[in-house]
Each structure stands twice: as structure tokens, then as C-alpha cells.
Design a protein. Structure first.
Length: 413
């Protein structure tokens, strides 16, 4: 077997220096100049849910906090047609095109993320390498991007045949698009990637696909959580780099990204505070981390006004865009980072599904079942709350952090 060439280092936009050069369709193409990894410059590209009507938060992050990059989530699959989470094809969604064009005009350049916890990533619905590569290429061409991300989690990590096809398509994309930067966003524990994450990287190496940034989701650790979300995010990055070097010995922190979930995580004991953010940002800057992100810009605000619940606010005490400013180096609440609840020293296990209960006094829908496939408008109850399905899913827990576009709460029952 022919050895892989050395993995390319990420090519980032220097703050304020991106030049808008040429139009492609409805959006502008940007050229990102290559620059060496630097301990002083970390790419900050938090996730933005492009389908939850929170566009003003992205615009504010760009114009008020100086955000230059963001990760546009998520593109999924309908056969070989790439679609946004709102089910419209990427190449014929004028509303989404306008949102991205507006953000670009405000100075924010997108990384497009394929996959996520909801829906099906394109490699599951488009199963030949040539057709899959063409589907990815259509998104690259239409949106004029040269950074793409693959958020692969849950059972999808274990679909070896689909992963093989995806890596074959990625290899083709890298050959056809010089300078393309590819990241893989994977679940992690403080101890690093689980076995399926390690196997996923091994497969990429075997298939000859280059992964420039391994971006770890430093969130929802469950029983592995020990009480400090900031330090555990750092540990996750350190241990993931050690694992990656088994395949790519020359990897450095420039090939690692970290994405925490700001504020309240799905597990009640886990709260990623502003102090945790400052700890992580300081460490990332000192070590030349390749990317810092967080879930999500939409949540970077307190729960007031129209913002409520995990999809649209942090559920902690903060000011609007505090986390964005901290990650960009400007600090929050005047630079000191506002007060936020401390995580509980012990982890509370997730409750089991229950068909009845709760304090709302209403009638509970049938109990949610992890092994049942649900379609839009199905009704279930979980942990004393009724939910209505807004998207297809199997095994996505209602009320969890990853269920923001899957289940709508109908209140306590």
C-alpha cells in the first residue's frame, strides 16, 4: 500500500483580511490564504443552526462581536440531493442563500457542515462514491466554500460501508478542489474518542482521505463527567491528538478542534460556564489549536423574550454574545465573564422513559421508545413532558441537546 502524503495544515482567514472576490450564483466566493499554524491565532467558527429562525444572532455575532467564521449546520440527504434541515435543496433555497449572503456581507464566512444528529447524512442516502462526490461538490460550488465539515455521530459512526463511500468521495473532492479544508466532528469523552471514533479515523487513513481537523464535541459526557467542563474539554483534545497520531504521527494541535456546548448541557450536572470558556480559550491560544467552536451562536443569549429552551439560549446567567466575545478573545461582561451556575459535583443519571408522571397534571402521550422510528407529527411523552415530532428520527431522546430540530415540547403532562 502506498503511504499517504503528509496531511496539510489548515488554511485560515486572518481576522479582517478576507477579500470577497467573485460571485457564484447568489453568494460570494472567498479565497482563504494559507498561513502557518500559530499559537496566537486560532480559528473560531461556532456552529449556527441555519433552520431555526435565529438569523439575527448570526448577524449580531458578525457585526457586534466581530465573528469572521461560522459553521453552517446542517446539510443532510434526500437521496443524492443535499438538503438543509428545513428540507429544501441547498441549491434552490433562496431564503438560506440570502442568510448566508447577508452574513458574508457582515464579514462572516461559512464552513458547511454535513450530517448532525438529525436526519441522514448524504453518505447514507447516496451510496455510490461518484454520485456522493457530485452531491458534495454541488454544495461547494453553490455556496462558494472551501471549508467543509462532516458531523458524524451516533450509529452512523459504525456504518462501515457508508463511511467507506464517504471517504472515497472526500478523497475525490480533495483532488478536485485544491486547498479544500476538511474537518470531521466526532463525539468524545475526556479520555478521548470512543472505539468507533478511532475506527472512523483508521478508515479515513486506509481509504486515503485527508482530515485536516479532528473536531471533538466536548459535551454531554454522562457518567464520565467529573466536574470541570473547561479542563475536561482540554483533556479531550489532548487525548484525541494522541489517538490521531497513531494514524498520522506528524499531527499537532493545529489538526485538532474543540466544540463545547455553551451553558446548560443535556445532562443536568454539566454546565459549560464563561469561566470554562476562558480556560479553554487560553489553553487553545497557547497550544496553537486548529479550531475552536461551540454549539451554538443561536444559544449565546440568556433565556428572555422569545428565547427559551436549549435550542435558543444557554439557560445560564449571561449577556448576549458573551461566549462569542470570549472565544474571539474579547471577554464577556466587560471582559471578566459574568456569573454562571457552577456544575454539580456529581452526575445525575438520565431518567428512564415513563408513559405517565410529571407535575403538569395533563394527559401524557404514549411513552417514547428508543427503538421506534418516528415521523413528523407523532406524539410521545418522556420524563413527564409531551412532545410532537417535527422530523424523522430513531433513538433521539426528546428534550436532549441534539433534539433541537427533532422534537417540539408540548409542555408537562
Amino acid at each position: 500500500m502506498k503511504a499517504l502524503p503528509p496531511r496539510g495544515k489548515p488554511r485560515w482567514i486572518a481576522a479582517g483580511s478576507a477579500a470577497l472576490l467573485a460571485t457564484t450564483g447568489l453568494v460570494l466566493t472567498t479565497v482563504i490564504a494559507a498561513s502557518p499554524a500559530s499559537a496566537a491565532v486560532v480559528q473560531v467558527a461556532p456552529y449556527v443552526d441555519m433552520s431555526n429562525n435565529q438569523e439575527p444572532m448570526l448577524n449580531a455575532a458578525a457585526t457586534q462581536a466581530g465573528l469572521h467564521n461560522y459553521t453552517a449546520a446542517f446539510v443532510i440527504g434526500s437521496g443524492c440531493t443535499p438538503i438543509w434541515g428545513d428540507t429544501l435543496p441547498v441549491t434552490s433555497d433562496p431564503t438560506m442563500d440570502q442568510e448566508i449572503a447577508t452574513a458574508r456581507a457582515d464579514g462572516a464566512t461559512p464552513i458547511v457542515s454535513f450530517g448532525g444528529a438529525g436526519g441522514s447524512e448524504l453518505a447514507l442516502t447516496c451510496t455510490t462514491a461518484s454520485s456522493l462526490q457530485a452531491a458534495y461538490q454541488a454544495v461547494i460550488n453553490h455556496l462558494g466554500v472551501n471549508h467543509i465539515d462532516f458531523d458524524i455521530e451516533g450509529a452512523t459512526l459504525d456504518y462501515t460501508s457508508n463511511n467507506n463511500v464517504r471517504f472515497q468521495a472526500i478523497k475525490g473532492l480533495e483532488s478536485a478542489n485544491p486547498g479544500l479544508v476538511v474537518s470531521a466532528t466526532l463525539p468524545v469523552l475526556p479520555t478521548g474518542l470512543a472505539a468507533d471514533g478511532v475506527a472512523f479515523l483508521n478508515l479515513a487513513k486506509q481509504d486515503g482521505a485527508r482530515i485536516d481537523v479532528i473536531n471533538v464535541m466536548a459535551m454531554d459526557y454522562g457518567s464520565s463527567f467529573t466536574g470541570d467542563m473547561g479542563q475536561e474539554a482540554i483533556q479531550a483534545a489532548q487525548n484525541t491528538l494522541n489517538q490521531a497520531r497513531a494514524d498520522w504521527p506528524g499531527d499537532t494541535y493545529a489538526n485538532i478542534g474543540v466544540t463545547p456546548m455553551i451553558g446548560q448541557n443535556d445532562n443536568s450536572a454539566e454546565v459549560f460556564s464563561e469561566a470554562n470558556a476562558q480556560t479553554l480559550v487560553s489553553w487553545a491560544s497557547s497550544n496553537g489549536l486548529g479550531r475552536l467552536a461551540f454549539w451554538s451562536v443561536d444559544r449565546d443569549q440568556p433565556c428572555s423574550g422569545s428565547a427559551s429552551g436549549l435550542p435558543s439560549c444557554s439557560e445560564i446567567s449571561q449577556s448576549k454574545l458573551d461566549f462569542t466575545k470570549i472565544f474571539l478573545g474579547g471577554g464577556g461582561n466587560g471582559g471578566g465573564g459574568g456569573p454562571s451556575p457552577s456544575p454539580s459535583p456529581t452526575h445525575s443519571p438520565s431518567p428512564s422513559p415513563s408513559p405517565t408522571g410529571g407535575s403538569g397534571g395533563g394527559s401524557c402521550y404514549p411513552a417514547w421508545n428508543a427503538n421506534t422510528s418516528y415521523v413528523p407529527n407523532d406524539n410521545v411523552s418522556y420524563n413527564g413532558v409531551n412532545y410532537t415530532a417535527i422530523y424523522w428520527s430513531t433513538g433521539v431522546t426528546p428534550g436532549s441537546a441534539i433534539a433541537w430540530n427533532i422534537w417540539k415540547s408540548d409542555g408537562a403532562c
